[in-house]
Design a protein around this ligand. Sequence first.
Ligand SMILES: [Zn+2]
Length: 382
Amino acid sequence: MEERIRFPYEYDPVKRKLAKIYTKQKIIQASIISVIIPLAFFSIFVLTGMSEVTRSFSTYLSQSWDVPIYLSILFGLLLLIITPFSFYFGYVFEKKYGLSKQTVVAWFTDHLKIEGLLFLVLILGGVGLHFIWDSFPSYWWIIASVCFFGILLFIGTIFPILLIPFLWKTEDFKDEARKRKLADIAKKSGIGAVDKIIVVKESEKSKKVNAGLMGFGKTRSMFIFDNLLNKFPPKEIDVIFAHEMGHHVKNDVIKGMALSSLLTFSTFFVIAIVIMPIASSVGIQSLSDITIFPLFAALFIAIQIGIRPIKLAYSRKRERLADQFALDTIRDPEAQISAFKRLADIDLADDSPHSSVEAWLFSHPSINRRIRHCESWKAKRD
Ligand SMILES: [Zn+2]
């Protein structure tokens, strides 16, 4: 198989054109699903009185379970409204671009799993938050932020163990030679290697490629899509592994969590200041009133969008450092450039998006920037 993989890879001009359109449509998708629909839904829910009716109905059903019932109706409706859009963008659209290999049934099974889990997290989070509002109306934002960090830590630890096998078939990475190489790189950097490497069988679902680092301490693991192992030559796989090792060496998982917690702390602080004045204008008198929840959710989403460029700029910086680590350890800029081009063509990633698009949506530097980084490293070396 491997001898048939072209190296170095050069861009396919047709794919470059397609990538521009695909990326643009992905941006529209992200705005519709995660911003426009939720914001519109929460506003309509409050302003049309649906929120009041739902609360009365929930209290009528059960005095002691009214909060989880209210939240189930709220989030149940929202997820139901979003589903057709998710189907269009996640299935129809991905098929159109030849990226998805799933059947409708397989897609819906995955979708149900993800939405079910999300629904559970939202209900539990909402109930917890309501409890904190009720018990500590003045300092809720401090307590909620601490809880948020605890939850992030918990998710960061269990994610690799539970979530990946919940959504994908997996197997252990058995390439002992490459594992030894990684252990060597880690040793040179003065830290322990990542012992657990999981191969994720994405090839059953799509053509997409991905790799990443998750968890910390004993749960620290690296995952890699089987598509990547099958479609990339060994030299490029080394570079990608070294990039992930870079995240490991520089402790990027915990740093990312720390930033998220800090930003959430600021978000909760701002909400604590503005929520009651806004709530009282629509007739909500206290934080204990569960009908304040959609208002909170709308404010949370709006502020998160505002601070998104900070989060993403930080992430891009960490990615650049991981690229730098791969260059310094593997010292093969040609392979790194080739891997980036191959990656961009497979995933139909826009290699040079507008800088404002990059600022608001890209967790990694654009492929063009990453290639330029390799070229300047190479120029310095030669
Ligand atoms: Zn990375």
